[in-house]
Design a protein. Structure first.
Length: 194
């Protein structure tokens, strides 16, 4: 699929459109045999830690989102339709300490990625459960992945298990391995090997 004039204003520099949904990750894909062992922990600079069981998380109200996604490996996929839980729904239950300025997303196998708190709290950021009408597959982050569509897609952590609020920014897995600390696709903030 080429970058047509119709879509040019939606495709960042250096990106190529795809109709598919490429699978990229490091390490093994987690396959859950017992969802009773899955939970999502909210911790760090909060007044009280929270843990959502799979059953509790799946009963939270859901919202439909439509967005474009852009991968650091140069593909973009337009017109995605998601079903997920708004960040604000989780944050209604969280009392942050005033020094909380950054978020570290924790996923299976010790995988992490960092975000400024403003990006995490954006109305367009959410916890994805379904993509284009189907539950996420294990390869795409089942049961829950973070979706932060205004940043490169590695910031949309698959297999989410924890949300840590921090006072200072620190690199996650890919950021420690040469990826940019922020990852704005419109500025081509792909890598930072300095």
């Amino acid at each position: 699929m080429s970058n047509t004039t119709e879509h040019r204003d939606r495709v960042p520099p250096g990106q190529t459109l795809t109709a598919g949904f490429p699978v990229l990750h490091y390490g093994d894909v987690p396959y859950y045999r017992d969802m009773g062992t899955w939970d999502l922990r909210v911790f760090g600079l909060v007044e009280e830690e929270l843990t959502f069981s799979y059953k509790e998380f799946m009963t939270l109200p859901r919202v439909e989102y439509k967005n474009d996604i852009h991968c650091v490996t140069t593909w973009s996929k337009l017109d995605n339709v998601w079903e997920g839980v708004a960040v604000s729904t989780i944050m209604e239950r969280v009392k942050l300490k005033p020094e909380a300025k950054f978020v570290m997303l924790h996923a299976e196998h010790g995988w992490t990625t960092n975000l400024p708190i403003e990006d995490f709290l954006r109305e367009t950021s959410f916890f994805g459960i379904k993509h284009n009408g189907e539950l996420l597959t294990p390869e795409h982050g089942y049961p829950v992945r973070m979706v932060v569509p205004h940043l490169y897609f590695w910031k949309s952590a698959k297999w989410l298990r924890g949300i840590e609020f921090m006072a200072k920014n620190k690199p996650g897995f890919w950021e420690r391995n040469g990826y940019h600390m922020y990852g704005d696709p419109w500025r081509e903030e792909r890598y930072d090997f300095d």
